[in-house]
Design a protein around this ligand. Structure first.
Ligand code: FRU
Length: 326
Protein backbone atom coordinates (compact mmCIF):
# COMPACT_ATOMS: atom_id res chain seq x y z
CA UNK A 1 0.00 0.00 0.00
CA UNK A 2 1.11 3.56 -0.70
CA UNK A 3 2.45 5.25 2.39
CA UNK A 4 0.54 8.29 3.60
CA UNK A 5 2.65 11.44 3.66
CA UNK A 6 3.93 12.50 7.08
CA UNK A 7 2.64 15.89 8.22
CA UNK A 8 3.98 18.08 10.98
CA UNK A 9 1.48 20.44 12.56
CA UNK A 10 2.64 23.14 14.95
CA UNK A 11 0.08 24.29 17.51
CA UNK A 12 0.62 27.57 19.28
CA UNK A 13 -1.79 27.56 22.23
CA UNK A 14 -2.29 30.74 24.32
CA UNK A 15 -2.67 28.76 27.55
CA UNK A 16 -3.25 25.19 28.71
CA UNK A 17 -4.16 25.97 32.29
CA UNK A 18 -7.90 25.35 32.21
CA UNK A 19 -10.43 22.60 31.52
CA UNK A 20 -11.61 24.20 28.28
CA UNK A 21 -8.12 24.15 26.70
CA UNK A 22 -7.60 20.61 27.96
CA UNK A 23 -10.86 19.59 26.30
CA UNK A 24 -9.64 21.21 23.08
CA UNK A 25 -6.41 19.23 23.18
CA UNK A 26 -8.25 16.00 24.03
CA UNK A 27 -10.46 16.53 20.99
CA UNK A 28 -7.39 17.03 18.82
CA UNK A 29 -5.69 13.91 20.15
CA UNK A 30 -8.79 11.85 19.59
CA UNK A 31 -9.00 12.96 15.98
CA UNK A 32 -5.27 12.46 15.51
CA UNK A 33 -5.51 8.87 16.71
CA UNK A 34 -7.08 8.12 13.32
CA UNK A 35 -4.08 9.65 11.56
CA UNK A 36 -0.81 8.19 12.81
CA UNK A 37 0.96 9.95 9.93
CA UNK A 38 0.35 13.34 11.55
CA UNK A 39 2.60 14.73 14.26
CA UNK A 40 1.27 17.52 16.43
CA UNK A 41 3.62 19.66 18.44
CA UNK A 42 2.01 22.05 20.91
CA UNK A 43 3.73 25.02 22.56
CA UNK A 44 1.99 26.67 25.52
CA UNK A 45 2.38 30.46 25.67
CA UNK A 46 1.05 30.68 29.24
CA UNK A 47 -1.05 33.78 28.50
CA UNK A 48 2.05 35.66 27.34
CA UNK A 49 1.71 37.29 23.93
CA UNK A 50 5.48 37.86 23.55
CA UNK A 51 6.18 34.20 24.26
CA UNK A 52 3.50 33.20 21.80
CA UNK A 53 5.19 35.36 19.14
CA UNK A 54 8.44 33.45 19.66
CA UNK A 55 6.63 30.11 19.45
CA UNK A 56 4.99 31.01 16.15
CA UNK A 57 8.29 32.32 14.77
CA UNK A 58 9.91 29.03 15.73
CA UNK A 59 7.21 27.01 13.93
CA UNK A 60 7.64 29.17 10.83
CA UNK A 61 11.42 28.67 11.01
CA UNK A 62 10.87 24.90 11.20
CA UNK A 63 8.60 25.14 8.14
CA UNK A 64 5.83 23.08 9.72
CA UNK A 65 3.25 21.81 7.23
CA UNK A 66 0.43 23.63 8.99
CA UNK A 67 0.15 26.04 11.86
CA UNK A 68 -2.69 26.06 14.39
CA UNK A 69 -2.92 29.23 16.47
CA UNK A 70 -5.24 30.14 19.30
CA UNK A 71 -4.01 33.71 19.78
CA UNK A 72 -3.74 35.26 23.22
CA UNK A 73 -4.49 38.70 21.77
CA UNK A 74 -5.76 39.75 18.37
CA UNK A 75 -3.63 42.65 17.09
CA UNK A 76 -0.09 41.83 18.31
CA UNK A 77 -0.09 38.44 16.55
CA UNK A 78 -1.59 39.48 13.22
CA UNK A 79 1.71 40.16 11.42
CA UNK A 80 2.90 36.61 12.12
CA UNK A 81 -0.17 35.19 10.40
CA UNK A 82 0.90 37.27 7.40
CA UNK A 83 4.48 35.96 7.69
CA UNK A 84 3.32 32.33 7.80
CA UNK A 85 1.07 32.90 4.81
CA UNK A 86 3.98 34.48 2.94
CA UNK A 87 5.92 31.27 3.58
CA UNK A 88 2.98 29.25 2.22
CA UNK A 89 2.26 27.69 5.59
CA UNK A 90 -1.50 27.21 6.02
CA UNK A 91 -2.72 28.90 9.20
CA UNK A 92 -5.79 27.67 11.06
CA UNK A 93 -7.01 30.08 13.73
CA UNK A 94 -8.83 28.57 16.69
CA UNK A 95 -11.36 30.20 19.01
CA UNK A 96 -9.71 33.61 19.32
CA UNK A 97 -9.00 35.65 16.21
CA UNK A 98 -6.25 37.94 14.98
CA UNK A 99 -6.84 41.02 12.83
CA UNK A 100 -5.03 39.52 9.83
CA UNK A 101 -7.21 38.49 6.87
CA UNK A 102 -4.48 36.08 5.67
CA UNK A 103 -5.48 33.04 7.69
CA UNK A 104 -6.40 29.90 5.78
CA UNK A 105 -9.31 28.81 7.97
CA UNK A 106 -11.01 29.65 11.25
CA UNK A 107 -12.61 27.18 13.66
CA UNK A 108 -14.52 28.52 16.66
CA UNK A 109 -17.70 29.97 18.05
CA UNK A 110 -19.29 33.30 17.22
CA UNK A 111 -18.59 35.36 20.32
CA UNK A 112 -20.66 38.32 19.13
CA UNK A 113 -23.63 35.94 19.07
CA UNK A 114 -22.64 34.60 22.49
CA UNK A 115 -22.73 38.14 23.93
CA UNK A 116 -26.03 38.99 22.23
CA UNK A 117 -27.69 35.81 23.42
CA UNK A 118 -26.49 36.48 26.97
CA UNK A 119 -27.89 40.03 26.79
CA UNK A 120 -31.28 38.87 25.48
CA UNK A 121 -31.47 36.17 28.12
CA UNK A 122 -30.57 38.66 30.87
CA UNK A 123 -33.27 41.08 29.76
CA UNK A 124 -35.88 38.33 29.69
CA UNK A 125 -34.87 37.03 33.10
CA UNK A 126 -35.08 40.47 34.73
CA UNK A 127 -38.29 41.41 32.90
CA UNK A 128 -36.37 44.04 30.98
CA UNK A 129 -35.41 46.11 33.99
CA UNK A 130 -32.41 46.08 36.27
CA UNK A 131 -28.72 46.63 36.90
CA UNK A 132 -26.15 44.24 35.49
CA UNK A 133 -22.43 43.78 35.94
CA UNK A 134 -20.07 42.31 33.37
CA UNK A 135 -16.87 40.34 34.04
CA UNK A 136 -14.67 40.46 30.97
CA UNK A 137 -11.99 38.20 29.50
CA UNK A 138 -8.51 39.43 28.61
CA UNK A 139 -8.54 42.90 27.01
CA UNK A 140 -7.47 42.66 23.38
CA UNK A 141 -8.53 39.02 22.97
CA UNK A 142 -11.26 38.71 20.39
CA UNK A 143 -13.84 36.73 22.42
CA UNK A 144 -13.68 39.36 25.19
CA UNK A 145 -14.13 42.20 22.70
CA UNK A 146 -16.94 40.43 20.84
CA UNK A 147 -18.81 39.04 23.85
CA UNK A 148 -18.81 42.52 25.34
CA UNK A 149 -19.99 44.15 22.12
CA UNK A 150 -22.80 41.62 21.63
CA UNK A 151 -23.91 41.95 25.24
CA UNK A 152 -24.06 45.74 25.04
CA UNK A 153 -25.92 45.58 21.71
CA UNK A 154 -28.59 43.32 23.13
CA UNK A 155 -28.99 45.40 26.31
CA UNK A 156 -29.36 48.54 24.22
CA UNK A 157 -32.71 47.16 23.01
CA UNK A 158 -34.02 47.52 26.56
CA UNK A 159 -33.71 51.06 27.92
CA UNK A 160 -34.26 49.98 31.53
CA UNK A 161 -31.44 47.47 31.52
CA UNK A 162 -28.31 49.19 32.81
CA UNK A 163 -24.75 47.96 32.62
CA UNK A 164 -23.46 49.62 35.79
CA UNK A 165 -20.03 48.06 36.28
CA UNK A 166 -17.34 46.10 34.47
CA UNK A 167 -14.53 43.99 35.79
CA UNK A 168 -11.73 43.03 33.40
CA UNK A 169 -10.53 39.71 34.84
CA UNK A 170 -8.46 38.26 31.96
CA UNK A 171 -10.41 34.95 31.96
CA UNK A 172 -9.11 34.24 35.48
CA UNK A 173 -11.02 33.46 38.62
CA UNK A 174 -8.44 34.77 41.10
CA UNK A 175 -8.94 38.32 39.82
CA UNK A 176 -12.69 37.93 40.33
CA UNK A 177 -12.21 36.72 43.89
CA UNK A 178 -9.93 39.67 44.63
CA UNK A 179 -11.85 42.49 42.98
CA UNK A 180 -15.53 41.63 42.79
CA UNK A 181 -16.37 42.20 46.48
CA UNK A 182 -15.49 45.91 46.39
CA UNK A 183 -17.30 46.36 43.09
CA UNK A 184 -20.48 44.76 44.41
CA UNK A 185 -20.34 46.90 47.55
CA UNK A 186 -20.08 49.97 45.34
CA UNK A 187 -23.06 48.79 43.25
CA UNK A 188 -25.59 47.28 45.64
CA UNK A 189 -28.36 47.37 43.02
CA UNK A 190 -26.80 44.71 40.77
CA UNK A 191 -29.22 41.87 39.94
CA UNK A 192 -27.26 39.92 37.35
CA UNK A 193 -23.66 39.16 36.43
CA UNK A 194 -22.55 38.12 32.96
CA UNK A 195 -19.08 36.55 33.10
CA UNK A 196 -17.24 35.84 29.83
CA UNK A 197 -16.42 32.27 30.92
CA UNK A 198 -17.60 29.71 33.44
CA UNK A 199 -14.49 29.76 35.67
CA UNK A 200 -14.99 33.50 36.26
CA UNK A 201 -18.75 32.94 36.69
CA UNK A 202 -18.04 30.28 39.28
CA UNK A 203 -15.73 32.64 41.20
CA UNK A 204 -18.42 35.32 41.01
CA UNK A 205 -20.86 32.91 42.63
CA UNK A 206 -18.39 32.29 45.43
CA UNK A 207 -18.13 36.03 46.11
CA UNK A 208 -21.87 36.58 45.86
CA UNK A 209 -22.43 33.80 48.35
CA UNK A 210 -19.85 35.16 50.77
CA UNK A 211 -21.58 38.54 50.67
CA UNK A 212 -24.96 36.93 51.30
CA UNK A 213 -26.29 38.01 47.91
CA UNK A 214 -26.84 34.61 46.30
CA UNK A 215 -30.63 34.90 46.30
CA UNK A 216 -30.55 38.34 44.75
CA UNK A 217 -27.91 38.06 42.02
CA UNK A 218 -28.16 35.66 39.07
CA UNK A 219 -25.04 34.65 37.16
CA UNK A 220 -24.55 33.73 33.52
CA UNK A 221 -21.35 32.14 32.22
CA UNK A 222 -19.94 30.88 28.92
CA UNK A 223 -18.41 27.52 27.83
CA UNK A 224 -20.80 24.85 29.18
CA UNK A 225 -18.26 22.05 29.42
CA UNK A 226 -19.33 18.65 30.71
CA UNK A 227 -17.46 17.17 33.68
CA UNK A 228 -17.10 17.87 37.40
CA UNK A 229 -16.90 21.53 38.38
CA UNK A 230 -17.58 22.68 34.83
CA UNK A 231 -20.42 24.73 33.35
CA UNK A 232 -23.08 22.08 32.80
CA UNK A 233 -22.78 20.84 36.34
CA UNK A 234 -22.81 24.40 37.70
CA UNK A 235 -26.09 25.02 35.89
CA UNK A 236 -27.52 21.68 37.00
CA UNK A 237 -26.78 22.39 40.68
CA UNK A 238 -28.02 25.99 40.53
CA UNK A 239 -24.65 27.72 40.99
CA UNK A 240 -25.19 29.40 37.63
CA UNK A 241 -28.49 30.59 36.22
CA UNK A 242 -27.28 29.73 32.71
CA UNK A 243 -24.27 29.17 30.52
CA UNK A 244 -23.74 29.61 26.79
CA UNK A 245 -22.32 26.62 24.99
CA UNK A 246 -18.97 27.45 23.43
CA UNK A 247 -17.33 24.35 22.03
CA UNK A 248 -13.51 24.02 22.09
CA UNK A 249 -13.59 22.48 18.59
CA UNK A 250 -10.36 20.45 18.74
CA UNK A 251 -11.68 17.66 16.49
CA UNK A 252 -12.96 20.12 13.91
CA UNK A 253 -9.61 21.95 13.91
CA UNK A 254 -7.66 18.80 13.08
CA UNK A 255 -10.18 17.73 10.44
CA UNK A 256 -9.91 21.13 8.80
CA UNK A 257 -6.10 21.05 8.90
CA UNK A 258 -6.07 17.60 7.27
CA UNK A 259 -8.45 18.67 4.54
CA UNK A 260 -6.20 21.61 3.76
CA UNK A 261 -3.06 19.47 3.80
CA UNK A 262 -4.53 16.87 1.47
CA UNK A 263 -5.89 19.55 -0.88
CA UNK A 264 -9.50 18.61 -0.27
CA UNK A 265 -12.36 21.06 -0.24
CA UNK A 266 -12.64 22.91 3.08
CA UNK A 267 -14.70 25.73 4.56
CA UNK A 268 -12.81 28.89 5.45
CA UNK A 269 -14.95 29.97 8.40
CA UNK A 270 -16.17 27.07 10.55
CA UNK A 271 -18.50 28.57 13.12
CA UNK A 272 -19.44 26.28 15.98
CA UNK A 273 -22.98 26.78 17.25
CA UNK A 274 -23.90 28.29 20.58
CA UNK A 275 -27.04 27.96 22.72
CA UNK A 276 -28.30 28.85 26.17
CA UNK A 277 -28.26 26.08 28.74
CA UNK A 278 -30.34 26.70 31.85
CA UNK A 279 -32.42 24.62 34.24
CA UNK A 280 -35.01 23.94 31.51
CA UNK A 281 -32.66 22.00 29.23
CA UNK A 282 -29.52 21.19 31.21
CA UNK A 283 -30.47 17.55 31.79
CA UNK A 284 -31.11 16.97 28.11
CA UNK A 285 -27.86 18.68 27.10
CA UNK A 286 -25.88 16.80 29.71
CA UNK A 287 -27.38 13.49 28.64
CA UNK A 288 -26.49 14.22 25.06
CA UNK A 289 -22.91 15.33 25.67
CA UNK A 290 -22.29 12.42 28.00
CA UNK A 291 -23.62 9.92 25.47
CA UNK A 292 -21.48 11.55 22.82
CA UNK A 293 -18.39 11.42 25.03
CA UNK A 294 -19.05 7.75 25.84
CA UNK A 295 -19.42 6.92 22.14
CA UNK A 296 -16.27 8.82 21.38
CA UNK A 297 -14.26 7.01 24.00
CA UNK A 298 -15.58 3.67 22.67
CA UNK A 299 -14.42 4.68 19.22
CA UNK A 300 -11.11 5.79 20.62
CA UNK A 301 -10.58 2.43 22.32
CA UNK A 302 -11.48 0.55 19.16
CA UNK A 303 -9.06 2.70 17.25
CA UNK A 304 -6.27 1.99 19.72
CA UNK A 305 -6.95 -1.75 19.63
CA UNK A 306 -6.85 -1.65 15.86
CA UNK A 307 -3.52 0.17 15.94
CA UNK A 308 -2.09 -2.36 18.39
CA UNK A 309 -3.18 -5.19 16.12
CA UNK A 310 -1.69 -3.43 13.16
CA UNK A 311 1.54 -3.02 15.11
CA UNK A 312 1.54 -6.71 16.06
CA UNK A 313 0.86 -7.64 12.47
CA UNK A 314 3.75 -5.44 11.31
CA UNK A 315 6.05 -7.05 13.87
CA UNK A 316 4.93 -10.48 12.78
CA UNK A 317 5.50 -9.74 9.11
CA UNK A 318 8.92 -8.41 10.00
CA UNK A 319 9.62 -11.63 11.90
CA UNK A 320 8.44 -13.79 8.97
CA UNK A 321 10.56 -11.70 6.66
CA UNK A 322 13.62 -12.09 8.88
CA UNK A 323 13.05 -15.85 9.15
CA UNK A 324 12.68 -16.21 5.40
CA UNK A 325 15.68 -14.04 4.75
CA UNK A 326 17.93 -16.00 7.10
C1 FRU B 1 -10.17 29.13 28.02
C2 FRU B 1 -11.04 30.30 27.70
C3 FRU B 1 -12.50 29.87 27.71
C4 FRU B 1 -13.09 30.91 26.85
C5 FRU B 1 -12.04 31.02 25.77
C6 FRU B 1 -12.02 32.32 25.08
O1 FRU B 1 -8.82 29.47 28.00
O2 FRU B 1 -10.83 31.34 28.61
O3 FRU B 1 -13.02 29.79 28.97
O4 FRU B 1 -14.34 30.64 26.37
O5 FRU B 1 -10.81 30.77 26.41
O6 FRU B 1 -10.92 32.43 24.25
Amino acid sequence: AAREPVYRIGFSQCTTADAWRQAMLAGMEKELSFHPNVQLQMLDARNDTELQRRHIQEFIRQRVDALLISPNQATPLADLVDTAAAHHIPVIILDRRTTSPHYTAYVGGNSLEVGRTAGRYAAQLLHERGQVLEILGRPGSSPATERHLGFVQALAQHPNMQLVAQLPAAWQSDLVLAQLPALLRAHPGVRLIFAHNDPMARAAHQVVQQLGLARRIRIIGVDGLPGPGNGLQLVANGTLQATLLYSPGGEEAIRTALRILSHEHYTKDNILVTMVVDSTNVQAVRGQTERLLAQQSDLFRQQQRWQQQQQRYNNQSLLVYLLLAS
